[in-house]
Ligand binder design. Structure first.
Ligand code: HEC
Length: 112
């Protein structure tokens, strides 16, 4: 089941890749970089997500408390706790500014 999903994603990536040059489709970026903690559904109910206490991005209140600019900054520069320990890594070296913006829009769509 999981591998067939991956095949579909890979197929879509090839199709979209022709049009988008090197930028990966947002769903693929989400799957590859973010679902480990935030979950495919954005609820953060994964093993790592629970441990790090990531928020439920389907929750309208959680969504309302987040500002787009902060979401972009958090994804680009990472999130650290008060002691400076990394909670979420910085993605600016792996993802372009446009890809990060798309991911923020993608997260907004989890709101129920
Ligand atoms: C190692 C686990 C981990 C991964 C992987 C991860 N995050 Fe996070 N993320 C966190 C934690 C922990 C927080 C802080 C708690 C929260 O806001 O849910 C967070 C918070 C956020 C926030 C909220 C920032 C704010 O303004 O409150 C955004 C947006 C976000 N992550 C986006 C992403 C995106 C996009 C990816 C993939 C490119 C990603 N995260 C990958 C752990 C992770």
């Amino acid at each position: 089941m999981k591998s067939s999903i991956k095949l579909i994603v890979a197929g879509a990536a090839i199709a979209a890749g022709a049009a988008l040059a090197f930028a990966a489709p947002v769903a693929e970026n989400w799957e590859n970089h973010c679902t480990k903690c935030h979950g495919a559904d954005g609820k953060g109910q994964t093993k790592a997500g629970k441990k790090l206490q990531v928020k439920d991005y389907t929750d309208a209140k959680v969504q309302a408390d987040m500002k787009d600019a902060e979401m972009i900054k958090a994804t680009a520069d990472g999130i650290f706790d008060k002691a400076g320990k990394e909670k979420m890594k910085a993605y600016k070296d792996e993802l372009s500014a446009a890809e990060i913006k798309e991911l923020v829009a993608y997260i907004r769509k989890f709101k129920s």
